[in-house]
Design a protein. Sequence first.
Lengths: 129, 183
Amino acid sequence: MASATIKRRTEEKPVNGFLTISTISKAVAAGSTWEDKDEFLDVIYWMRQVFGLVQGLIWGLLPLKGFFGLLLFFVFNLGIIYLYYNSFQKIDDEEYGGASEILKEGLMTSFAAFLVTWIIIYSSLHTSS
Amino acid sequence: MLSDCLLIVFISICTALLGEGLTWLLVYRTEKYKKLKAEVEKQSKKLEKKKEGGESSDRSQKKKLERQEERLKNHNRDLSFVKMKSMFAIGFAFTALLSMFNSIFDGRVVAKMPFVPISLLQGISHRNLGGEDYSDCSFIFLYILCTMSIRQNVQKLLGLAPSRAASKQGGGLFATPGQLNTR
């Protein structure tokens, strides 16, 4: 009966969707166990979106410009995600099909959000209309 | 410029919500789509588990895997057909909407970019803008970037994005040969 309830709850959890409260608590706790790979990849995805926005904000405020700014985005974004899953969560990336599968999760969407934020902040603060 | 940028972000959010709303109305809520999608998700997960289990040298196992992939391919194709008609109609409507906004923002520099895009992208980023300053941003470039970031997030928030297993297995009308090969 208990296993049927657990199975039903697992099936009700959104697949490739938003984060639940329990997922967020697991995400902020070091070395959490992730039975559902999609759940962990959702955490990576949404973390990335937030990072993209924050990086765009910071890059626009400083401001950082040019190719250097673009390169730094990838360095920080990939670096932080790598540190998070490798050192903080201690995930074996082989279970997910390699490091690239985790590192590319939500990268392009995050990059687009970063560009939008960077352009808007830079344009409104550092140029005359 | 800031007001133009914020307006473009707002337009992008509205069009993403409208697009998903129309797609839900015409496609997602139909019984046929729900059934096919559930079938594709189930088969994709099964196939992924089998492939993760490692390559089997057993001939009958390989044949079984191929049959399952064929079944998945057919279901994906059926799914694409169900979506196709509605997607064309929605695409048409949005093209008209986009042309309208394009003409409103024609020749207007909506933002100054902190970088100069590569020459391949300058055709879009500097579209209908005068001068040689390629850090000037046109409506369409900012709109495309906004849509790229907003649309997928809207889909995920609304639970309308396909599962990773289904996306990985690919298939459908526009599948590349690589997606259909046995790993």
